[in-house]
Ligand binder design. Structure first.
Ligand code: PLP
Length: 397
């Protein structure tokens, strides 16, 4: 997945262009910047990539989730339904707004289970946030139907899935709002950065203002702008946007490499009857950021991971005991370890985390093995890796 594996001259040229001629901030300083607007250019490129009307760049993927939810008016006491398998950022971004993350089970797509969403809807539920983990997608048709029927906002955390599609639509452009990250380990990187994607003009305008202290960005004099509402600083810098601008132009090349590598690995493992793959919904195409497969049980999955470690197959994980990606080990969040007081409403709203168990999620995450797909591997290296993986898996069965 990581864009950081393949960067060089193009990225340097864009960054030097800013250092030599431009201004480091994305807004204002019109006279000094000699026509250099890297963040605006990157937003225009991303609009094409996502086939979306609006893209607002922000400082990170975590910021993108908070800004997206805020732009649609989600805040104190509102419930946001999200999956047990994600990255802690999804939870944090909801908490930042004083809203309540409602965690529910996943299914064999490794995304939100539509039945579990239905069971979690209360009068306080305002949004469903799907997380398109590891380059693929949840069952989007079913989830969209539920959101429509219950008047819930549909947000996609597509931070790990740039380039994936569902029925021809880019992931992140299917819901009301999509969120992307360009941190250092994502498919394309800015160093740090993120984006909010939407076709809704109001959400876009709100995102634009909210991520820059509420500035209305009307006219060319920052000092004279008005502030329709409270905002914060979630801006991206021109330097970060410059790196992203070089990277986004290479996205098709990155996706080709990822998918070639994924297919080679999948083909090799498909010959082992005990191995099954994550379900990709009909009409979906993975970005190829990760390979995900299931072993028959947790014990075998652990043995495979141990075998990979001793056999020199790197970048593969079983997330059952992982403290970044899966609810079981999120002790600091379950116990609400916070530097500052958390509202009574949120505390009460999160009490369920003390007792609720997620057997269905455990069933899939326990058996799952997730391997990062690197861009720097040659075709021969992937083939060698594929046969080594198959050999190790067979040896522990
Ligand atoms: C990376 C990631 C984020 C957060 O992105 P940052 O840019 O690191 O803040 C959010 N959600 C998911 C699923 C991610 O993988």
């Amino acid at each position: 997945m990581p864009g950081f594996e393949l960067f060089g001259e193009l990225e340097k040229n864009e960054v030097n262009d800013v250092l030599d001629n431009g201004v480091l901030m994305r807004y204002g300083f019109d006279g000094m910047r000699k026509g250099h607007w890297k963040a605006k250019e990157l937003e225009a490129e991303l609009q094409k990539t996502f086939k979306a009307n609006h893209v607002q760049l922000v400082s990170s993927g975590t910021a993108a989730v908070s800004v997206a939810l805020a732009s649609a008016g989600i805040g104190a006491g509102d419930e946001v339904i999200m999956p047990t398998f994600t990255f802690v950022a999804s939870f944090e971004a909801i908490m930042l707004l004083g809203a309540i993350p409602v965690l529910v089970d996943i299914d064999d797509t490794l995304g939100l289970n539509p039945e579990a969403i239905k069971a979690a809807i209360t009068p306080k539920a305002k949004a469903v946030m799907v997380v398109q983990m590891c380059g693929s997608m949840a069952n989007m048709d079913a989830i969209q139907n539920i959101c429509n029927a219950h008047n819930l906002l549909l947000v996609e955390d597509a931070c790990q899935a740039i380039g994936g599609t569902f029925k021809g639509k880019p992931l992140g452009s299917i819901g009301d709002l999509g969120c992307f990250s360009f941190d250092f380990v994502k498919t394309i990187t800015c160093g740090e950065g993120g984006a909010v994607v939407t076709n809704n003009e109001t959400y876009y305008t709100n995102s634009d203002h909210y991520s820059d202290h509420g500035h209305d960005h009307v006219g060319h004099d920052r000092g004279a702008e008005t502030h329709p509402f409270l905002g914060y600083n979630f801006r991206i810098s021109e330097l970060h946007a410059a790196v992203g601008l070089a990277q986004v132009k290479r996205l098709p090349e990155f996706l080709n490499i990822q998918r070639r590598n994924l297919n080679i690995l999948k083909e090799a493992l498909a010959e082992i009857p005990e191995v099954t793959f994550r379900t990709v919904p009909e009409g979906g195409e993975e970005s190829g950021a990760f390979l995900n497969f299931f072993m028959p049980d947790l014990d075998t999955a652990r043995k495979v991971i141990d075998g990979f470690k001793t056999g020199g197959v790197d970048a593969c994980w079983n997330y059952y005991d992982n403290s970044w990606h899966y609810i079981r080990k999120w002790d600091h969040l379950k116990n609400l370890k916070s530097l500052f007081p958390i509202s009574k409403e949120v505390k009460e709203g999160l009490e369920y985390l003390q007792t609720k168990t997620f057997e269905k999620s455990d069933h899939f995450i326990g058996r799952n093995i997730s391997c990062l797909i690197k861009l720097s591997w040659t075709e021969q290296e992937v083939k060698d890796r594929a046969s080594k993986m198959a050999e190790i898996i067979k040896s522990v069965l």
